[in-house]
Write a protein that binds this ligand. Structure first.
Ligand code: GLP
Length: 245
């Protein structure tokens, strides 16, 4: 694993966008695996700047997102489709037909998950997967468990995740309790993985996930076994990993 320590969130976001930008320049037909959450917001803003200043061309890029809430329509402001469109897609020249997320409105979970795996397969596979990390070590919505899920599946969100995400909704009742998420096997199939982490509230989980034992109780820990992982984190997120720098 490659660890890159940045001064702060802004610095992390610029460096992350530079890495993703380099991927786009080197392989203009890249399949990007994208993530939601507050961590990548400014990374996306920097990619938009890269497009506006003529450095980045998204016209032949495809994207697949990690997850989507079950039951939310695309025009719901809390859906991950809405998030992606708001922060990235509508600001760059990516072809909307080549931006994939699980279909949160599909009530048949088996169908939604199988369709999504097929869509990912049809892209030819993810070149670079962007990830954030939850406080409990989740990636996508792979919550602590006694096993690692292979393919896209319907997950019951952990209580702590529902509470953490409540800040985006009017009330606890409004937060969806289930989501469709890529499985760990789907995520691990990406050629390269880029993890972002910012803030002191991520320091403990960064140490546990990447310097502790590999265990499904901390799903991100499996990334220790991936051959090409880069973690870009700010000083606060790496505060408990002083020994590596
Ligand atoms: C969310 C998402 C994850 C994200 C994580 C951390 O629930 N499903 O993809 O990485 O939680 O979010 P944040 O970046 O806001 O800390």
């Amino acid at each position: 694993m490659r660890f890159i320590k940045t001064k702060d969130y802004e610095d992390m976001s610029r460096k992350a966008a530079n890495i993703i930008g380099a991927q786009i320049i080197l392989k203009p037909t890249s399949v990007l695996g994208l993530a939601t959450g507050s961590t990548p917001v400014t990374t996306y803003a920097n990619l938009v700047k890269g497009y506006q200043n003529g450095d980045l061309d998204f016209s032949r890029i495809s994207s697949v997102n990690l997850d989507e809430y079950k039951g939310l329509t695309r025009d719901n402001e809390q859906s991950y489709y809405y998030f992606m469109n708001h922060h990235l897609f509508k600001h760059v020249n990516i072809d909307p037909a080549k931006t994939y997320l699980p279909d949160g409105t599909e009530p048949d979970a088996n169908k939604a998950c199988q369709d999504y795996e097929e869509a990912i397969f049809a892209t030819g596979g993810v070149d670079l997967q962007l990830l954030g990390i939850g406080h409990n070590g989740h990636i996508g919505f792979n919550e602590p468990s006694d096993n690692f899920a292979d393919k896209t599946f319907c997950v019951d969100l952990a209580e702590s995740t529902i509470k953490a995400n409540q800040r985006f909704f009017a009330s606890y009742e409004d937060v969806p309790k289930q989501a469709y998420t890529m499985g760990i096997g789907t995520i691990m199939a990406a050629s390269k993985i880029l993890i972002l982490a910012s803030g002191k509230d991520k320091a403990a989980i960064i140490k546990e996930a990447f310097f502790g034992p590999v265990t499904p109780a901390v799903q991100a820990s499996i990334l220790q076994f991936h051959p090409n992982v880069t973690i870009v984190g700010d000083e606060a997120a790496f505060a408990e990993c002083e020994e590596i720098f």
